[in-house]
Design a binder for this molecule. Sequence first.
Ligand SMILES: [Zn+2]
Length: 518
Amino acid sequence: MSIRRKDCMGEKKLYFIGIDSTPLWIINELKRKYDLSGFEHFANNGILKEMKSTVPPVTSAAWPSIYTGLEPNEHQILEFSKIDSNYNKQLIYYDSSSPRPFWEALASKGFKCLVITPAVFLEDKKMKNVDMITGWPLKPRYSSRELEAQARRFMFDGEPDIGIQLNSGRLSLSKASQLYTKSIRARAKLAQHLISTKEYDMVFVCFTETDRMQHYALSEKDWERTVAPLYVAISDFMNWIFSFSKNNPTKPLLMVASDHGAQPTHHKFLPNSWLVEKGYAELRGDLSGAAKPKLGKSEKGIAKKIKVAISERMASSSMRRKIYDRLPASLQKMGEKFVEENLDQGEASEYLKILETDFDMKNTRAFASVSNGNMGMIWINDKRFSRPAVSAREKGALKKELIAELKGAKSIEKGKLMDNVYDAGKFYRNVTKFIAPDIVFQLTEGYTNDFSHYSKSFFVKPEAARRGDHTMFGIFGMVGMSAQASASMKKSELNLCNIAPTITKYFGIKGQSRNSLI
Ligand SMILES: [Zn+2]
């Protein structure tokens, strides 16, 4: 028998605001010129500090860590895709049946939850005590007709789907900023209405527009002009929550967290081109030396093939089928989005996008795949794959050699290219759902990476969607906790995996309270 709602109702309230891709430096820069008093309220009346993201610091891995309190090797989502034994990339998403998110732990004990657009949570499942609007990157779906009607009333329809227009330059950054700000404000208005008309114990509202805007805008000279309005809108929502909570005798706990940070990027490193040049990897004969001068017919053909392959793969996985089957139109859109964002073949692309089938695997000892941000990943082509080129005996030495080579690699400015190079075994122990990378590297400031190939250089200019990219440290803020908890938080390094245990402990649910911050 669960705790009777009557016994616990109203005793505890928690409001949690999630923001995708917010580092402390952006808040500090913007608050000098814009009204970010909502963020400052956290800093002045509680804490607002950096929080460490997952390895790699990507949306698809980091939010599930926030939802479950587990590291990527435990929830087993590494990135938007994983590589299988035949070198094929497959899309993956967080499957909430195991491990379950914090709001389901709360709901099962009778606490009423409102969850609005949690990033990468796409499942349209009904659960008692949870009012849910599903999150990015699909269009929102609603746990009830009533909720859908309310969203319509406040003209909220999810994050605007404008990536394609932004990539092609058909939409200006100013216009994008307006559209993103509008959806943030609509989501906030909807949340305010629901919070003030219904009795919720826990409310989680997640904003993802910031990440999209920053990917396009951060390396612009006047990035503040297009990025600031989004933060001002979120700050206004925070201020509303603060004033709404002020007179509540239960003294609600207020939290804000970001899944990772962000930075402007000026250069892109292509690890596969680097591996080819150093002799660790070989392209198929007909492709070696191939650099695509401009988007030609053949590349359009490649793009189309990728699209078809991805939709086929998406349709073939049972978990994805569960998620996507009911919405064939969105499924198609998702496939296109994936192609566009991860294998961008837009007009600006001057280099060949590497497909798993583009390598001569018999002569490829190591290759990069999956990850395309400030952190990159390299797999050693050993017996976990169908065409291995490295024996178990050779693997250790090869890994050491590669790590040493990468550590010594020079940036365009002839400084260090890598901030860190890790033996990935450290991060992905005991994974069963994906083939773990062998090496993880973290690029120096201003650099991003992807798994393309360009025969002339392993450095290229980032495309429109990669002029800003992720970093390791997001933010965490809290108001309403004890002075003791506040003092200890100020001292310690915070991690995304602290969030779910903090929330469940606050509501008196036993679980992984070992990582709780209160
Ligand atoms: Zn993110």
